[in-house]
Design a binder for this molecule. Structure first.
Ligand code: HT9
Ligand code: FE2
Length: 401
């Protein structure tokens, strides 16, 4: 394939960015509290100005309080960072990884300053969201856009973004492995309960988002061709890939449902909620479920509380056997696959990428390195658009031509 990168911008008409000699990776995530005193300030950062009712804030605080005020997410990101560093080292790639968060220490802005102070100028952002959409993709681009402004590093430090990775072997392989294991576990539970022939349903679940966000996900040219929103379509494609690659799943019924809805009750979000869906499944004669959390990369609070506590309790009440598939975490395929994605973008001495092409195994991929204007757009409360990096129309993060 011939490649024509615009010499002024460094990307081509397909949203692919030319390989560059990056000198640092920034692993950017959500962040979470590290103790009881952090919980409320953290939740205020998360919901800042978005009108999440106070009762809901207190409700969510309980999930963290019961866990000592600690979210598991920070430890998981530290573990992922260490595993990525080891993988880079094993490939002889000398590239430091920094870790910064949207909602809690270490904050992205502080880390940007450290990156600059350490002398790095070309940064590749690796966000922990796998799919298109405001929360999973554009908000990370805004974090960096606003961060470069706030720190005065605009035009000094260049930040590009690694593409969303829902379609990659890195992301889907751990779920394929996990579904095999969990199907066997639920089958054993049913045997122990005297129902060896019991009906098992595979329940794929992801974070619900407001319908308005779902409908704005992705570039207009792609949205126009779909008969459902792109966020849902990408999840369906991932679910289909996993099903097609697990022989034991052949012939089993399956669904795609949502978790962790928040916001005002009258605002429409993606449905059905997993707990409502489980009730219907039980009423329809299902005996056991395997829950596959394809919306997340690690077993953080949304997984431990909304799935392993609430959805599991729902199943116990309904008499359904239950097992939850592990998230990618530090699965070897996830770690090495993410570094493959880095290699697709990293220029060697001759200017070519360390790895040719763009690896993709799921329908709808590979996603863009550089987003189109209007992709996942969402205005701030004052009606203006926030600065972003990683887009054709970015004002910050790209070198000034
Ligand atoms: C798509 C998506 C991902 C996946 C992509 C990614 O991974 O980035 C994600 C991840 C996460 N969401 C998380 C936690 C929360 N999300 C909230 C609120 C919201 N999430 C949303 C969407 C998403 N969220 C939305 C549209 C809202 C409401 C509007 C808003 O306020 O923006 C709230 C507020 C309180 C509430 O639940 O009402 C909390 C506490 C944690 C940390 C868990 C831990 O601490 O271990 C993680 C990884
Ligand atoms: Fe969330």
């Amino acid at each position: 394939m011939t490649q024509s990168f615009d010499p002024r911008t460094g990307y081509d008409e397909n949203g692919r960015m030319e390989p560059k000699a990056y000198d640092a990776i920034l692993l950017a995530s959500f962040g979470g509290p590290e103790g009881q005193d952090d919980v409320i300030p953290f939740l205020r950062n998360v919901t800042g100005g978005r009108g999440i009712p106070d009762e809901r804030l207190e409700e969510v605080a309980v999930h963290y309080r019961k866990n000592g005020g600690v979210s598991p997410i920070n430890a998981q990101n530290r573990a992922l960072k260490a595993a990525l560093e080891a993988e880079l080292a094993s490939r002889g790639i000398d590239l430091p990884i920094y870790w910064g968060n949207r909602n809690w220490h270490p904050f992205v802005n502080d880390i940007l300053e450290q990156i600059a102070a350490d002398g790095h100028r070309k940064v590749l952002l690796m966000g922990t969201g796998a799919y298109a959409g405001y929360s999973a993709c554009r908000q990370y681009r805004e974090d960096l856009g606003m961060g470069l402004r706030a720190t005065g590093l605009e035009g000094v430090v260049e930040v590009d973004k690694l593409r969303q990775f829902f379609d990659t072997p890195a992301f889907v392989t751990p779920f394929v492995d996990g579904l095999r294991t969990s199907l066997a576990t639920v089958r054993e539970q049913l045997e122990a309960a005297g129902k060896p022939e019991g009906r098992i349903k595979i329940v794929f679940v992801t974070h619900s988002i407001p319908m308005s966000d779902a409908n704005a996900a992705g570039p207009e040219a792609i949205r126009a061709k779909l008969d459902e929103n792109l966020y849902t379509a990408q999840h369906r494609a991932v679910a289909n890939y996993i099903l097609a690659n697990v022989e034991e799943a052949a012939g089993l019924e399956h669904s795609l449902v949502y978790q962790s809805r928040s916001g005002a009750p009258h605002t429409p979000w993606l449905e059905p909620d997993i707990n409502d869906a489980l009730e219907e499944d039980a009423a329809a004669g299902v005996d056991g479920v395997v829950v596959v959390p394809i919306g997340f990369i690690s077993d953080h609070m949304e997984v431990l509380w909304d799935l392993d506590t609430e959805a599991k309790d729902t199943c116990a009440e309904l008499g359904l056997a239950f097992d939850r598939v592990a998230t990618p975490g530090t699965h070897e395929a996830f770690v090495s696959g993410l570094i493959d994605l880095v290699e697709e973008r990293l220029a060697s001495k001759d200017g070519k990428a360390l790895r040719e092409g763009r690896c993709s195994v799921v329908d709808g991929g590979p996603w863009f390195d550089v987003c189109r204007p209007g992709c996942c757009e969402k205005a701030a409360l004052d009606g203006t658009l926030r600065p972003t990096i990683g887009a054709v129309d970015s004002e910050v993060g790209v070198p000034q031509a």
